[in-house]
Structures are given as structure tokens and as C-alpha cells.
Design a protein around this ligand. Sequence first.
Ligand code: NAD
Ligand code: TYD
Length: 339
Amino acid sequence: MKILVTGGAGFIGSNFVLNTRAKRPDVTIVNVDLLTYAGNLENLKAIEGDDKHLFVRADVSDREAMGAVFAAHEFDGVFHFAAESHVDRSILDATPFVQNNVLGTQVLLDLSREHNVGRYLQVSTDEVYGTLGAEGLFTEDTPIAPNSPYAASKAAADLLVRAAVNTHGMNAVMTRCSNNYGPFQFPEKLIPLMIANALEGKPLPVYGDGQQIRDWIHVDDHNEAVWVVFEQAEAGAVYNLGGNAERANLDVVKRILSELGKGEELINYVEDRPGHDRRYAMDASRALADLGWSPRRTFEEGLSETIRWYIEQRDWWERVRSGAYRDYYEAQYGSRLGV
Ligand code: NAD
Ligand code: TYD
């Protein structure tokens, strides 16, 4: 079986590529990533030289470049992870979000259809549903109501997938997952940022009152669900995925400090994010009922394991923070890129 994975040098995508190569030896992966600031080939060091993993540096919104990739390979499936993914960056400049997330999705849908790809899977997010009050959960029937430019670009992409299913009869499925954490997460997101700052004795910036709630899921649980949905879901299906782990940001930050033996004086309350969604929480019962999937790790286990990873892999995030990770691409891959 041969699959296209986009964004496979980013956080979730690189974990997906590594786990898939480890657990599914029959699956060949063509990994297309533009290597934006968030793409890091050092994440894939463990599979260097693996002849069932081919890396291609390309922009998913570049129809010509992607056309060449689809022409060179016959894909049984497309897993579309690539995206601009950080809400705060989308507030500063939404344009790359429209280009990469919206146009990129349409290009992949068009090419998947032209080349009769067996199945297309869109990796989406709970953020398309907007925000919750103190009660209730997002279901797959909750109306789409994004609040940040990032969420709006993901919602637009979701609607293009829906349109491709209804108009062209495409065999596409979609996952909407809650906040992920785990190894290789770029240290601009809450959990790795707080761990790295605490380890360096730097202030931990908490937005507003820190009482915003996210539903945390370990990246491996998310990626296992992605395979389950790809293999079992009916065409056109959408599945919510969540960790059953609603936590207030401040509680997450305090737990990280306590596990690292650091004091709460490092907490620094800063101005809130504009349009900040107050609460996300997923009802993932459809995935359990239809597909038998539920997350396996508790948040507390997963967070401790992740904190240990960031302690042990200090070199990884120090190279990300210094920018040194960007040199690795040239040194390792320079002229050996495939299509
Ligand atoms: P990330 O920012 O860590 O990685 C994104 C990857 O996509 C990077 O390697 C980047 O180089 C690549 N990329 C960006 N634009 C590209 C383009 N035009 N062409 C090719 N590659 C491009 O993001 P992530 O956290 O790993 O998220 C992956 C996917 O999962 C995204 O679609 C995101 O919306 C979704 N998602 C993320 C979370 C989360 O908590 N991180 C939760 C739910 C869904
Ligand atoms: P983030 O990791 O950016 O994910 P998202 O905004 O997609 O949920 O942020 C998670 C939560 O943590 C969100 O409520 C914003 C908050 N946050 C902070 O309080 N301080 C920070 O420095 C960051 C990056 C996030």
C-alpha cells in the first residue's frame, strides 16, 4: 500500500509517519512537506535511509508541483495533515492560512479525484465549532462557527471536502480532533512552550485569567484514530476525536511546574488573546460506537511522559529555538529529494 502524507515533518504528521513505519511495514509513505518554520526533518531522523519513506519538499497549494507527485505515484490513500496551525500567528497574518489550508486542500481534493485515489482523509480540528460555555460538548452536528482566522481557514477547508463528497461523490472522510500534545510539538504551543520555559527558568506567559479550557489528547491516540477512520469509516463521514481530558490552562501550567520541581512565581499573566475561545470539549462517542475507538492514555500519564521527553530531548527544542534545525535539511537532504 502506498500513501501520501502531507505535513509529515510537522508535529502530528511526523509522529504519524514514524508510527506508521514502525507498525505497518507494508505501507510506503510519500511525505510532502513545504518545511515552513514548523516543519523539521530532524523529527524523522529515526527513519533516515528507510526506502519505504520518500520525502518531497513541496507546497500542497502548488498545483503543478503536486501534480508531478501524483503523476509519479499511485496512491491508495491521501492523509492531509499539512497546515498553518497556530492561532496566534493567524491573528498576526491570516494570508498564509488561506493559501496553505484552504487552497492547499482544494488542490489535493482535485488531484485525488483526477488520479482516482482510493480514499482521502482530511485532518481537521474542534476549533471549527467555535467556543462552548460552561456546559455541553461539541458533536459532529454542532454548527460550524469558527472564531479565529486559523479556525476559519480549517472550517473553509472542511466545507470544500464536504462539497467534493456531495458534488463529485469523492471518497473522503474527516477527523476533527481536540488539542494534541506529545513529542516533537513546536515550542510555540502551550504545553511544549511552558515545559521549555520552565526548564530554562523563563516566565510562563498565561493568557488572561488562565481559566480557558481545552480537551487534551496524546498525539499517538489521535494518530491511531486517523488510521481507524481511514480504514473503517463510510465515505463522507466526519468523526470527532477527543481525549476526555478537559483541563483549564492554569491547571496544566501548574502541573508542569510541579512535575519539574519549579515554583509558581514563574507564572506571568499576560494580555488575553483577542477572540480567545473559552472552552473546547469533544463528544467522541460516535467514533466509539461506530469504530470502537477511544483514547488509551490518561492526560496525567501522557503529560508526564511528554515532560520526560522534553527533558531528555533538550537538544531537539534548543535547536528549534535557536533556528539550527533549519540547517539540517540542507546538510541531510541537499540534492537527494525525490518526486
Ligand atoms: P504543525 O504546524 O506542527 O505542522 C504542520 C506541517 O505542515 C509543517 O511541517 C509544515 O511545514 C507543513 N506545511 C504547512 N504548510 C504547507 C504547505 N503549503 N505545503 C506543504 N506542507 C506545509 O501542525 P500540527 O500541530 O502537526 O497539525 C497538523 C494538522 O492537524 C493540521 O491540519 C492541524 O490543523 C490539525 N490539528 C492539529 C491539532 C493540534 O493540537 N496541534 C489539533 C487538531 C487538528
Ligand atoms: P495553543 O497551544 O496555542 O492551542 P489552541 O489555541 O489552538 O487551543 O493554546 C492552548 C491554550 O493555551 C489556549 O487557550 C491559549 C493558551 N495559551 C497561553 O495561555 N499562553 C501561551 O503562551 C500559549 C501559546 C497559549
